[in-house]
Design a protein around this ligand. Structure first.
Ligand code: 5AD
Ligand code: SF4
Length: 464
């Protein structure tokens, strides 16, 4: 065993490589881990080979997630062995939902891993790594009992500055909807809402340090609820109304939502809150009521279409994106046709689509009528062709429109700057760099596969 280091030993510069899989929550967690480890002397490594600490930030949502992690780990074997006897051994951590789900089983299956850490224990990473440096194998995957949000630490000013204009803020974690295909309720625990004061304090701090756009994050974000100052119960709409008052906050977004929690107040917020961007990710998963029922979604296709109609009535320029699963057990050709019909009726601006994969431990995995792989592939291709055409049409429909663009950085070409439209499309414009950090109107003149191009709608006058 290497000699013990005192906790206050002088800091060594070390290199960190985080390989992140899965959702936006994981991407955000990866940033948080890097932020937390920077004061411990960890800088970002350019490649795996360059790293002293490798974190696999895993996702458990789809196919063979666990096996993929073991195969990723297997690829580190040579590096780990070569450095095992040196003064600078390679450390390997498994984080994220596979860590949460597998726990100590990871240690039993491989000796490559030094640390197994679940998403609600990342705030202990510095201490965990000190224990690892003392030669221990460390595991922490319990859900916290008292302060369920202790792991969310507001970043330091220098970290915020590195982030730029746009930041994620976790307001809710976990899910108790129990869709029959999904592992999230098992890996991320029951639904909990972060208290309003902590959220406001974090957003105020971000705004003071230059953040202009906030995306509220949660696995089931529109289930957020809390107590307002007067003791009243409020939902996400009430929270956003409060956040919109914070000076400097120009844009608000939230993701990911469940149709059942799109209440009247939240729909009205899309009409009443100018800062709330007219772009909503609202997964529907399927268009057949029989499949929605088997998925335990607890809404019908008609319910979803009604929500879309009400959202569009409240905010006519709202655009929608969605998640779809094809090939859920029992899905017939007629069920799939209902999915295509729903997509046709809504006209999505962007879509994520997945082939169903049975997740052990979820009710869907035991359902009869599992759909053959070749049928899933063929249906996915048909859905993809439809929704890609919709995305293309949506981008083309921007031509001739004037959109507010939040300018974030210099463009690829000299004299050009780049920002984001309300619909998260990158927009490239010839304009002075002094416009970066501002939201300005842009007349859209052309599109490419993923971007928009335009010119300033009015002569550039920047606020003092
Ligand atoms: N198989 C396929 N797709 C899935 N998703 C979640 N679980 C599964 C699964 N078992 C998709 C859903 C969800 C998105 C994040 O991942 O569409 O909304
Ligand atoms: Fe999973 Fe359904 Fe919860 Fe979304 S709402 S996280 S799909 S169980």
């Amino acid at each position: 065993m290497p000699p013990s280091l005192p906790d206050d030993a002088p800091q060594q510069r070390r290199k960190l490589f985080i390989k992140s899989f899965g959702c936006q929550m994981n991407a955000y967690d990866a940033q948080r881990m890097a932020d937390m480890l920077r004061p411990e002397g960890y800088e970002q490594a350019q490649s795996v080979q360059d790293a002293d600490l490798i974190v696999l930030n895993t996702c458990h949502i789809r196919e063979k997630a666990t096996e993929k992690v073991y195969s990723e780990l297997g690829m580190l074997r040579e590096m780990k062995d070569q450095r095992s006897a040196t003064a600078n051994p390679l450390r390997v951590a498994v984080a994220g939902c596979v860590a949460q789900a597998e726990g100590a089983e990871i240690f039993r299956r491989t000796d490559l891993v030094d640390l197994v850490v679940g998403p609600q224990s990342y705030h202990h990473l510095p201490q965990q790594l000190r224990d690892v440096a003392r030669g221990q194998r460390v595991i922490e995957t319990e859900f916290p009992v008292d302060d369920k949000f202790a792991h969310l630490v507001t970043p330091q000013a220098d970290v915020i500055a590195r982030r730029g204009l746009s930041a994620f803020v976790t307001v809710q974690e976990g899910c108790d909807k129990f869709c029959s295909f999904c592992v999230v309720p098992y890996t991320r625990g029951m639904e909990v809402s972060r208290p309003i004061e902590a959220i406001i304090a974090e957003v105020e701090r971000l705004a003071q340090h230059g953040v202009r756009e906030i995306t509220l994050l949660g696995q089931n974000v529109n289930a957020w609820h809390g107590l307002a100052a007067g003791g009243n119960n409020i939902g996400l709409a009430g929270l956003m109304a409060r956040l919109a008052e914070i000076p400097g906050i120009l844009r608000l977004r939230y993701t990911t939502s469940h149709p059942l929690d799109m209440d009247d107040d939240l729909i009205a917020a899309h009409r009443d809150l100018p800062q709330l961007m007219p772009f909503l990710h609202l997964p529907v998963q399927a268009g057949s009521d029989a499949i929605l029922k088997a998925m335990n979604r607890r809404h019908t296709a008609a319910h979803y279409l009604d929500l879309v109609a009400r959202l569009r009535a409240a905010r006519p320029d709202i655009a929608l994106s969605s998640d779809f699963i094809v090939g859920f057990p029992g899905e017939t050709e007629a069920d799939f046709a209902a999915t295509l019909a729903l997509a046709e009726a809504v006209q999505f601006a962007s879509t994520f689509f997945f082939k169903y994969s049975a997740r052990p431990g979820t009710p869907g995995a035991d359902l009869p009528g599992q759909v053959p792989e070749e049928v899933k592939i063929e249906r996915l291709a048909r859905l993809q062709a439809l929704v890609e055409a919709q995305r293309h049409a949506f981008n083309e429909s921007m031509i001739g429109k004037t959109l507010p663009v939040l300018f974030e950085k210099p463009g690829r070409h000299p004299g050009q700057i780049t920002g984001k439209s309300p619909y998260l499309q990158p927009v490239h414009v010839e304009a002075p760099a002094s416009a970066i950090g501002h939201e300005l109107d842009v007349m859209i003149t052309s599109t490419s596969t993923n971007s928009l191009f335009g010119h300033r709608a009015a002569p550039l006058t920047l606020p003092e």
